[in-house]
Design a binder for this molecule. Structure first.
Ligand code: M6R
Length: 612
């Protein structure tokens, strides 16, 4: 959700904060603001809308000074507007806060403060924090923040500053992510590493219940109870280029094109030569005894959005390659359901950001109920990674576009490796089968690059789809997961209504909506149900629907029932979702381009959903 950045040092804070906000805008973009301390006061500038509006404002009236905090917002309480934008101030204007997350008891706190005579100026839950910090201050901002968070309930990160102690910014973390960036004679705070990556590579992770006090000379961490916390900084070795568009018009396009490299990276050192002259999977980071894989009797997979679609693919892989039955559950359903976790179960929680509130909560629940927790995530040190017994990282690099592309493909590769590892260790996969499948995995980067070489057909098709109010996506087996992901991509960035369903389900109702020219995107890669997929497409053609198929390049039959075919190189069917994702991502991208949509920052959405 919202992005936070803070700075104390010799530079003009405004420059660092605006730079950080630009890097964080993907986190939320309905308004933005900053506050800078200077000569006994704190100046605030904020603006509804994209960061460009705030840039205009600060260009006209700069905020000089060397310490400040900034925020980019995704609304939870209160509509996007100047008054609801952060930072929020107390009634004197001496104290300001930025906040990410939700203060769950804000209503009670606000009622109490109003009864004490405080006049609120916004509709947000966050403003209570500014008033609480001001009222708790008696000369020490750290102490005031401590007193504030002992009253506020919920999952959040908070950063405060005051004109009365202008040399510092103080932050507290309750679940929502926060890091301290360490520089030479300057220090930073941020909700995400990319915000300050151009200034420092050294970071301290602020953990739940910790308070960070950041000055020009250093940063101290302590618990809510006041005990000092000492920890080693870690180095972020991300390329700064990875948070730039690198010649593409959109981050989404750049991230789609990075996928061949991402597949190679995620495979990385996880494949090693085997004694029989072939190769086998060797996963790092899994602290499994020899017996552990054999004892898994069920896999629970939990995630949201695109990561959930990755989970649908994973379920089939674990079943087919490792002989483990599984269940995929939306994290927001699982966390409030009554799942029967058992000691022998493994829960795989999947999340690009590792910060999705529902996924982290579902993962916690699984672990509490005795399931072993394995996190599949892209972000090192994320909440999910820290919660888990074992972590498998997808080495996709920072994903900036709100629509997930490369992280999805990396999740599929990670699951493939995991399924192969489990299959070998459980004895459900023969050496020959493993060797052949590993060899197939090795071909994926090259094949993904080939899909990206020929974009003419997909770009032509975008014209067709862009004129339609609806589109239907169908598939069977693993192709259904690809269809669901394709539909999500299209609606998310083009705002065209898209609905995915099993191909066999069409005739049970939705076929009534198919008429002359209705687009039906069919993913057809699974050999065992190929003839059945053809039947479904015949049904669509018989109603004059417009069939766009995603199929293997050597599938000649598909042309007989399709108006257009997006071709992918043939690969073992279990890995086809990795390649099928790419034309579907491109289709959504080109449609959204035709329609002039805000591709990297689609309306109403945010990159990581750190609230319920
Ligand atoms: O960070 P996560 O993978 O946990 O995020 C889950 C979803 O919010 C995310 O995949 C969302 O659906 C994407 N915007 C889809 O492109």
């Amino acid at each position: 959700m919202c992005g936070i950045v803070g700075y104390v040092g010799p530079r003009q804070a405004q420059d660092v904060l605006m730079h950080g906000l630009a890097r964080l805008e993907y986190r939320g973009y309905d308004s933005a603001g900053l506050a800078v301390a200077d000569r006994g006061r704190v100046a605030v500038a904020k603006a509804e809308g994209k960061l460009a509006r705030l840039i205009e404002r600060v260009d006209q009236s700069p905020l000089p000074g060397h310490a400040g905090i900034g925020h980019t917002r995704w609304a939870t309480h209160g509509v996007p507007s100047d008054r609801n934008a952060h930072p929020h101030s107390d009634t004197t204007g001496d104290f300001v806060v930025v906040h990410n997350g939700i203060v769950e008891n804000f209503r009670a706190l606000r009622d109490r403060l109003e009864a004490e005579g405080v006049a609120f100026r916004s509709d947000t839950d966050s403003e209570v924090l500014a008033h609480l910090v001001a009222r708790a201050f008696d000369g020490d901002l750290t102490e005031a923040v401590r007193r504030t968070i002992s009253q506020a309930e919920g999952a959040y990160a908070l950063v405060a500053m005051t004109s009365r102690q202008p040399d510092r910014i103080v932050a507290a973390r309750m679940i929502s992510p926060l890091v301290v960036g360490l520089g030479e004679g300057e220090n930073f705070l941020a909700s995400d590493i990319p915000a300050v990556l151009e200034y420092t590579r050294e970071f301290l992770l602020v953990e739940d219940g910790e308070i960070a006090t950041v000055t020009r000379d250093g940063a101290t961490l302590e618990t809510i109870a006041g005990s000092p916390v000492r920890k080693q900084p870690f180095t972020a070795d991300w390329e700064t280029d990875s948070v730039r568009k690198g010649g593409f018009d959109h981050f989404m396009a750049k991230e789609i094109h990075e996928q061949p490299d991402v597949i190679s990276r995620t495979l990385g050192a996880r494949i090693r030569p085997s004694e029989d002259g072939g190769e086998q999977v060797a996963l790092e980071g899994l602290e499994w005894s020899d017996r552990d894989p054999a004892e898994i009797d069920r896999i629970w997979i939990t995630a949201c959005g695109t990561a959930y679609h990755a989970g649908l693919v994973g379920r089939v892989l674990f079943e087919q390659l490792a002989g483990i039955p599984g269940e995929v559950a939306f994290a927001h359903e699982l966390r409030y359901g009554k799942p029967l976790f058992r000691d022998g179960s493994l829960t795989l929680a999947i999340s690009q950001s590792g910060e999705t509130a529902d996924t982290v909560a579902a993962a916690r629940l699984a672990r509490r109920r005795g399931s072993r927790l394995l996190a599949l995530t892209n972000v090192v040190g994320s909440s999910l990674a820290r919660e888990a017994d074992d972590v498998l990282y997808t080495w996709a690099g920072p994903e900036i576009s709100v629509a997930s592309t490369k992280a999805y493909v990396a999740m599929l590769v990670g699951e493939s490796l995991l399924a192969l590892e489990l299959g070998r260790r459980r004895g459900t996969l023969s050496r020959t089968a493993e060797r052949e499948l590993v060899a197939e995995l090795r071909t994926l980067p090259g094949k993904a690059a080939r899909v990206l070489e020929d974009m003419d057909e997909v770009s032509r098709l975008a014209d067709v789809l862009a004129g339609s109010p609806d589109a239907y996506f169908i598939g069977r087996g693993l192709d259904l997961a690809s269809a669901m992901e394709g539909a999500l991509k299209l609606k998310e960035i083009s705002y065209i209504h898209a609905e995915a369903m099993p191909a066999g389900e069409l005739k049970h109702g939705t076929l009534a909506l198919i008429s002359d020219g209705t687009p039906v995107v069919a993913v057809v890669t699974q050999e065992d149900v190929h003839s059945k997929a053809m039947l479904s497409l015949q049904e669509v053609k018989a109603r004059r629907g417009l069939v766009i198929a995603v199929a293997y390049e050597d599938d000649e039959e598909i042309g007989t029932v399709s108006d257009h075919v997006l071709r992918i190189p043939r690969v073992a069917d279990v890995f086809s979702p990795i390649l099928a994702a790419i034309p579907l991502q491109l289709l959504a991208y080109f449609v959204a381009r035709r329609l002039g949509r805000d591709i990297d920052q689609p309306r109403n959405l945010a990159k990581s959903v750190t609230v319920e």
